[in-house]
Write a protein that binds this ligand. Sequence first.
Ligand SMILES: Nc1nc2c(ncn2[C@@H]2O[C@H](COP(=O)(O)OP(=O)(O)OP(=O)(O)O)[C@@H](O)[C@H]2O)c(=O)[nH]1
Ligand SMILES: [Mg+2]
Length: 350
Amino acid sequence: MTDFDQAKAEDAWGSIGSGAGGDELEPRAIHDFVIHLQEEKIHPILIFGTSRSGKTLMILSLLHYAKQNPRANMRIRLGDAVFPPNFPYALERHRDAEQFYNILTIEFANGDRPPSTQKIVPFFVPINIEVAGRTYKLAFLEGNGEWYQRDENSFKQFKQEIAGILSGFAAPASIVFVAPTGDERTPSDRNFRNASHEDLAHCVEEYERHRIVRDQDNLLLLVTKWDVLHSPGRPDSHFADATVADVLAEIESWHFIWQQFANLTGPSRALTPYSAGWINENGMFIRDIKYQLVFDKFNRTVWNWIYGNVTAAASSNIPPVRETLYEDVKLPTPKRPSLYQSLIKTSLWI
Ligand SMILES: Nc1nc2c(ncn2[C@@H]2O[C@H](COP(=O)(O)OP(=O)(O)OP(=O)(O)O)[C@@H](O)[C@H]2O)c(=O)[nH]1
Ligand SMILES: [Mg+2]
């Protein structure tokens, strides 16, 4: 970190808002936490989305894929605690991370859906990822969707831990905005989706407000529950091999989140459809080995994005070298810019 970055990081603490719910944190504690992340070279993956948008299932599906799959080409394990030991609830937060990594991933593998995340404080699931003898550290943010939802016409402020990272973390961060295509229980009901996207657009605004230096960040608009929109069981290829046109046709009408995301300046932005599993309107997983490769592909795509971000953040080259984990889901170099490329600089089309 340069002196300039250090000065900026020190300056930013005054502007951190207070957290909604939970205890008020000391600015010094948040400062030390963010410096700890930087010193330990832990790459934060901040995940925003309303309740039932698919945050927890996405993390579980990614971890399950990496833990179980020989095609994953990487080894992962739970990393050390992300919060310094004297940080409020540090022990409880790490226990939550252990439970998430050791138990919830197994329950997910057995076909159980996780209960709605109900925590007093956010926690991170720290992951060490080893590829070709090199280890990188990252941490997935896990928290309640309710923290990002409008309540009687007003939004809650971001939790201080999150605002602290956005305003004080001097290295690049990864941010995932989770935008569901709908609710599997009532697929034709637009209200769930619209409310979720409106609230998510506010998260993008908050990101912009807190994150002044954001050029090196990578943002992903993750279009979750893709199976609700395009059933895997249908004979067309919209589920398994969505084209740019398929996805644009859907998201162009998403006025709140799509406009907010597309108009954002600074960081690299990407977009991809995603499904953690085929789940029907009764909340049952439909397991069909025929589609496993498609679900694997969704996970490989997101891991590729994460790995690219983590390796670029760790790179000492200028410009930083972004490495690829999976060639099969690598973005082909376009021959000429499409409408999509003029809207989004980085994409994950496969
Ligand atoms: N069809 C389908 N349903 C999904 C998918 N992902 C999540 N769901 C459904 O949505 C529900 C909520 O998913 P979660 O991952 O727990 O949502 P969350 O964003 O973590 O929600 P909170 O913890 O309440 O903030 C799950 O129980 C599933 O029923 C998906 O890829 N496809
Ligand atoms: Mg959750």
